[in-house]
Design a protein around this ligand. Sequence first.
Ligand code: ATR
Length: 275
Amino acid sequence: MAGPVDSYAVMGNPVAHSKSPVIHTLFADQTDQRLRYTAMLVDVDGFKKAIDEFFENGDLGLSITVPFKEEAWQLAEKRTSRAEKAGAVNTLWQDEHGQLHGDNTDGLGLVSDLKENNGVTIKGARVLILGAGGAVRGVLEPILSEQPAEVVIANRTRSKANTLVGLFPGEAISANGFEDIEGRFDLVINGTAASLQGEMPAIPGHVVDQNTCCYDMMYGAEETVFNRWCREQGAGKTIDGLGMLVEQAAEQFAIWRGVRPDTRNVLDLLRNEIA
Ligand code: ATR
């Protein structure tokens, strides 16, 4: 039976570090929506059971984080086309017939942060994306929808970049290793996990000039290794992934509640909190 307050949660493992409860609670306050949003640590083998119990309990929607996004994709009975291409789902909800829907808002979050918060034009841009794991796959369709002139995916393991390119036949997208990337780019996006190890992908400095915008999908209290490197190469602008986090959450909130919150204040608050 549904509880008195509409209930949402983020499921992950680990999940204690998640900022989603703070973000969604701020969105709810701002838009006068009465809801509860919690973090749920789920056993790595217990994801299906956890979501079944969650929705049987009358709870309404879930954010999904590491390591369950691919499993959420498999369990969703209906997927949006961007989720289909992403191969991962970060948003789950049930419709009135009890059917489980999945979406992926990560790419929309990245595009919103670039365009709305930072005034970056993707249309017509030459775009380099570093990495070819789940994080990059999740953002490719929304980036391509903006009609960049060209997208180059460069990965340490080149075959994985080739695989991603194969998902978008006929589009202006190609694969590369790190060493042989040619020319400069308007936008360079880091979607590798290298920052987690404090490492910089081994890309040539010529990809960046003073008109290049560099975007690290990671964020932290300190400038990321990637953004520092880009700044040292003379990049015109460097942005970290905190805005993407807030914007992908705003898209989730809009799916669940039918109203898109204003993200500016929430982003400012989080920026102060992590500093
Ligand atoms: P995620 O879901 O975060 O994308 P993933 O699927 O494990 O995680 O992918 C990690 C990505 O970061 C891969 O593109 C990986 O490169 P490989 O495919 O060659 O493994 C990249 N990566 C991780 N550590 C890296 C490092 N130190 N330098 C460069 N790339 C790195």
